[in-house]
Design a protein. Structure first.
Length: 221
């Protein structure tokens, strides 16, 4: 049976993460949208679906923002802390067996070193040689394909992306397109396309915030 996590290990190294629109030096400078797109989605779309779940997700997002402001390091322990809040659980270990997604079409295996490899991948979110949009997109996909938790991995992936952007002083004003697409583990162009989508969302937030003249300045941490 195909191990799609192993596919992701290989694809991850093939993706041209530097080759996104505007080049490797973009974006730079704070992007402070007029509204917080994640908070807005939670309090509208998510709340309409399930208010109590949305309340937990909003609390986890507040943790994400606080952790980014405090300069915390992105690793499994940090993500698991958010996920405890998302799921309302007191303990959140790494999964203890294979995981499945997309109606069972993708299977993510588990080896003795899988948790350590997850941490090593998340550590790449601090690589300032890459555009922050690429780092955020890659971390999002790392969570999707390592699938560390028994439930709520899509929410965890979105929170992880938000953390990487927030650490660079970027707040998106909309995130709906991120939540509407499923991305396969073996598609390098799709992975790079996600980074381009993050660029588009940053551009939109910049434009709608009234700061559309000239390049923005985002601190790459």
């Amino acid at each position: 049976m195909t191990d799609h996590l192993r596919n992701w290990y290989e694809i991850r190294e093939q993706v041209r993460w530097h080759d996104i629109r505007h080049g490797r030096g973009w974006p730079r400078g704070p992007v402070r949208a007029r509204r917080d797109g994640i908070a807005h989605r939670i309090t509208t779309v998510e709340c309409a679906r399930e208010p109590r779940r949305a309340q937990r997700l909003l609390a986890a997002y507040e943790q994400v923002r606080a952790d980014a402001a405090a300069g915390r390091t992105l690793d499994f322990g940090l993500v698991a802390g958010w996920q405890r809040t998302v799921l309302g659980m007191s303990c959140m270990p790494f999964r203890d067996g294979p995981a499945f997604a997309k109606g069972g079409r993708e299977r993510y295996g588990l080896d003795a070193d899988t948790p350590a490899r997850f941490d090593a991948c998340l550590a790449g979110s601090r690589d300032s040689a890459l555009p922050v949009a690429s780092r955020a997109a890659r971390a999002y996909l790392d969570v999707c394909f390592f699938h560390p938790f028994p439930d709520g991995n899509a929410r965890s992936a979105l929170l992880t992306l938000a953390f990487v952007l927030a650490a660079a002083d970027i707040v998106l004003d909309q995130v709906g397109p991120l939540a509407q697409l499923q991305r396969p583990a073996d598609d390098p162009e799709g992975a790079r396309g996600l980074a381009d989508l993050v660029v588009t969302l940053i551009e939109g937030a910049q434009r709608r915030s009234g700061n559309a003249n000239g390049p923005i300045r985002v601190h790459n941490r």
